[in-house]
Design a protein around this ligand. Structure first.
Ligand code: AMP
Ligand code: MN
Ligand code: MN
Ligand code: MN
Length: 307
């Protein structure tokens, strides 16, 4: 596999980017997180995060508040988004970082991606009703912070609350994944479109949590190749959606494909999430951190232990 450098050779590089506490993936009530944008930033700051991106699903509506709160606390804020993509019959997530949230094509594209969520949710509720769970649309709505962004997570929280399942994980396995009664197939953005919106808005596109997709080695290879050809430049390696063995596995993919490595908790809620904001392992020194040449981080002092 040919290696291409993911950062320009002449760009200034941070002397020790691995030991900066950077969290480039998390959610607020603007999508399916349970803390408001300002609360997420305050929590990250308390946890020692030095720079963070808020990456709500298909939405940039929380970025202004989050950015304002970060400025107040002296934390570096990176505007972000996590775009839902349909690729080869699978749903893929693409994280966009350092985007201009006012870019008209991005704003319109995200509005289109969000468009079908309400009708999809109604259909999900119909499916669940046929399986004996009534009133789940209204139940899910109680958890929704943004009426344009009703997601499977909101249904899952409701089903746990009413005792239909004992955990979010169980709800997904029994009701919300393909083949289960509450699953409704949906057409999201195309891969090249999502990457194009991010690049057009001045940002960098990152393949989110590659371990999560139901793809074999060949499928994953095709996905990563197409992502890179579309202009994608990063891949999540240390992710709250990954196991520790995935960190090593996708570190290798990062090296083999010349994609810079990213680190993000994918934090949604203090109880539900595997890693709290910023409290996850640092990237291996054998990897190129996505943020190594970001000018806004250049003067930052490393804080993570050198283990
Ligand atoms: P949606 O965009 O409506 O399809 O919802 C997708 C969201 O559901 C993801 O972003 C996760 O937050 C959540 N999710 C997906 N699979 C699981 C799972 N197995 N356990 C818990 N949450 C999940
Ligand atoms: Mn989510
Ligand atoms: Mn995701
Ligand atoms: Mn996410």
């Amino acid at each position: 596999m040919n290696k291409i450098s993911s950062t320009s050779p002449n760009a200034a590089r941070h002397p020790d980017p691995w030991r900066l506490n950077i969290d480039l993936h998390c959610h607020s009530t603007v999508s399916d997180g349970t803390l408001g944008p300002r609360e997420v930033v305050r929590r990250a700051h308390r946890n020692g995060v030095q720079a963070m991106a808020l990456t709500d699903h298909d939405e940039v509506g929380g970025l202004a508040d989050a950015s304002d709160e970060a400025a107040r606390l002296g934390l570096c804020f990176i505007p972000g988004v996590e775009i839902s993509v349909s690729w080869a019959d699978e749903t893929i997530h693409i994280v966009g970082l350092r985007i201009d949230p006012l870019n008209p094509e991005l704003v319109q594209g995200l509005a289109n991606v969000r468009g079908g969520r309400q009708a999809r949710a109604q259909e999900m509720a119909d499916g669940l009703a046929r399986a004996g769970i009534a009133g789940s649309y209204e139940g899910a709505l109680k958890y929704v912070g943004n009426p344009k962004l009703i997601s499977r997570s909101h249904f899952a929280r409701h089903l746990v609350e009413v005792g239909a399942c004992s955990s979010m994980k169980q709800v997904f396995e029994r009701y919300l994944i393909r083949g289960k009664p509450g699953y409704v197939p949906h057409r999201w953005a195309r891969l090249a479109q999502a990457v194009g919106w991010i690049i057009g808005a001045g940002g960098v596109a990152v393949l989110a949590h590659p371990a999560r997709y139901r793809l074999d080695q060949t499928g994953l290879w095709a996905l990563v190749t197409e992502f890179r050809e579309a202009g994608g430049r990063g891949i999540e390696v240390v992710s709250g959606s990954h196991s520790e063995s995935d960190f090593a596995r996708f570190g290798k993919w990062s090296q083999d494909f010349g994609l810079a490595a990213s680190r993000g908790s994918d934090f949604h809620d203090p109880e539900e999430s595997k890693y709290d904001l910023g409290l996850l392992p640092r990237l291996s020194r054998s990897l190129v951190p996505l943020w190594a040449d970001w000018p806004e981080l250049m003067q930052m002092q490393p804080t993570l232990a050198d283990v």
